[in-house]
Design a protein around this ligand. Structure first.
Ligand SMILES: [Zn+2]
Length: 347
């Protein structure tokens, strides 16, 4: 049997208005003398004081770094700056980009990393993967966070569309797992039943509760827990397989064709509708669920044109040829792509 490594987060705290305990949380991890904090400018405006107060109480020194974008050059610069801090831990505070930046920087500098998500728009808060913008959008494997610290109060105050986007990223697991099974069957890829089931469970929670959410609003805590356990499923699988299939390739293709349009989870949700149809799954239920959680289901809603959708469907598999997905089994001509998007109501 081939050996298999599972790297997992060591400590996960989910609380409400608990930012004052952040310093104590870090001390319980590795008693850092100094930490490097990476976040965007808006997050700093809102949280800087509270975080600094908590760190000072715990006698932890700190240095702030501002993340502007996830371009490879920006990441390199932050890495150079963080290195000069001589800190014992890197913390990423933000909706996605800052957490990704901190994840990659800490990996390259061989330092432990803590994620403090301020929005729940995708499953990166507990996963070992980083999405990077360079000539071609892709994911890099780094290390799993050493710790994850969540203040649900902050997540609740973020715009509702971010949480809805998180639901889209969870629904994507339904497609990803089917693709993984296909890869196992067709090319003998390793398939981890436990991590697959765990990732599936977090998708099911959204599918089964969406009707309730449409009336009472999204349950931030449940969705955060689902996103964390999806990230943990990737850690157990040792790859992004349980959470990323053809629908993610479609989302990456849109990142390339129409950069800046739609959120990651929104694009994965729309991709799930079409890939679900290709896989012979109940794609209409996916549409219904996305609508109920308030996530977009059409190209128009995310400001993408009909042609961009068609092109994304046609190039998606090429972005990652080694990943076996349903798109390997279809000759995605322009006409087929058009029909698929049309039948599913995406265009
Ligand atoms: Zn994702």
């Amino acid at each position: 049997m081939q050996s298999h490594t599972m790297e997992l987060p060591r400590l996960i705290v989910i609380g409400e208005k608990n930012l004052k305990e952040f310093g104590r949380f870090l001390n319980s991890l590795n008693k850092p003398k100094k930490v490097s904090l990476i976040s965007g400018i808006n997050v700093q405006k809102i949280l800087k004081q509270k975080i600094e107060k908590s760190l000072k109480l715990s006698q932890i020194e700190f240095a702030w770094h501002t993340s502007k974008d996830n371009h490879i050059d920006t990441l390199k610069q932050i890495e150079i700056d963080v290195k000069k801090d001589h800190s014992n831990l890197v913390v990423g505070i933000g909706g996605g980009r800052s957490v990704d930046t901190a994840k990659l920087v800490s990996f390259n500098l061989d330092l432990p990393f803590v994620s403090v998500p301020t929005a729940a728009s995708h499953d990166g808060m507990a996963s070992p993967f980083v999405s990077v913008k360079s000539d071609k959008p892709h994911s890099i494997v780094a290390t799993a966070p050493f710790g994850v610290f969540v203040d649900i109060d902050i997540i609740k105050k973020a715009p509702a569309k971010l949480l809805a986007s998180g639901c889209g990223d969870l629904i994507a697991n339904i497609i990803a797992i089917k693709d993984w099974q296909l890869g196992h069957k067709k090319i003998g890829e390793y398939y981890g039943m436990y991590s697959a089931d765990l990732a599936m469970m977090s998708a099911k929670i959204v599918m089964e509760n969406s009707h309730k959410y449409s009336k009472e609003g999204l349950d931030a805590r449940v969705i955060v827990e689902a996103l964390i356990s999806a990230g943990v499923a990737s850690c157990i699988a040792g790859s992004s397989r349980p959470c990323s299939g053809a629908e993610h390739l479609f989302s990456h293709a849109l990142d390339k064709i129409s950069p800046g349009k739609g959120l990651h989870g929104e694009k994965c949700g729309i991709g799930s509708i079409m890939m679900g149809k290709l896989q012979g799954q109940d794609w209409k239920r996916i549409v219904k669920t996305l609508k109920e959680v308030g996530a977009p289901t059409t190209a128009q809603q995310i400001g993408v044109t009909e042609n961009e959708i068609i092109k994304a469907l046609m190039i998606a598999q090429e972005l990652r040829p080694e990943r076996y997905t349903i798109l390997k089994e279809v000759d995605m001509t322009k006409k087929r792509a058009f029909n698929l998007a049309k039948i599913t109501g995406v265009i």
